[in-house]
Design a protein around this ligand. Structure first.
Ligand code: ZN
Length: 133
């Protein structure tokens, strides 16, 4: 698996962006709203990987809850695979089952799944299917 991106929960992208583009010198390459997950996301290129900033669109949803409970900060680590289903099956067989039985559509319209931190030594893991698969 290849490191695809690191997800960081922020209160607002507008507030966090100057640090990532200014202090860290990363470039903003993409941003969109994912209504089903109640978040706005912004991707910043960092070499072969990216940083994904996640801003809650309201007080509802997983990111809003995360910030309320833990404050802003590291949220998940995402790995890229060529085709997602065989990895989901493989991870389930290895006792690290995805949260949902089939992939959902994430940022960039890519198919993704998440694995609960309790199966990953404390970190939420996202698996994303390469968009050119
Ligand atoms: Zn992500």
């Amino acid at each position: 698996m290849t490191l695809d991106h690191v997800g960081v929960a922020v209160r607002t992208i507008g507030e966090a962006l100057p640090f990532y583009t200014g202090a860290l010198g990363l470039s903003l390459v993409h941003s969109e709203e994912i209504i089903e997950q109640n978040v706005r996301v912004a991707f910043l290129k960092a070499g072969q990987s990216s940083i994904e900033l996640l801003e809650p669109l309201s007080n509802e949803g997983a990111i809003a809850k995360f910030i309320e409970q833990k404050g802003p900060g590291l949220h998940h680590i995402a790995f890229r695979v060529p085709i997602i289903e065989p990895e989901m099956k493989r991870l389930s067989d290895l006792k690290a089952p995805p949260l949902e039985p089939s992939p959902r559509i994430g940022a960039h319209g890519r198919r993704v799944c998440f694995i609960h931190p309790r199966f990953c030594h404390g970190s939420l893991i996202e698996i994303v299917e390469a968009s050119d698969a």
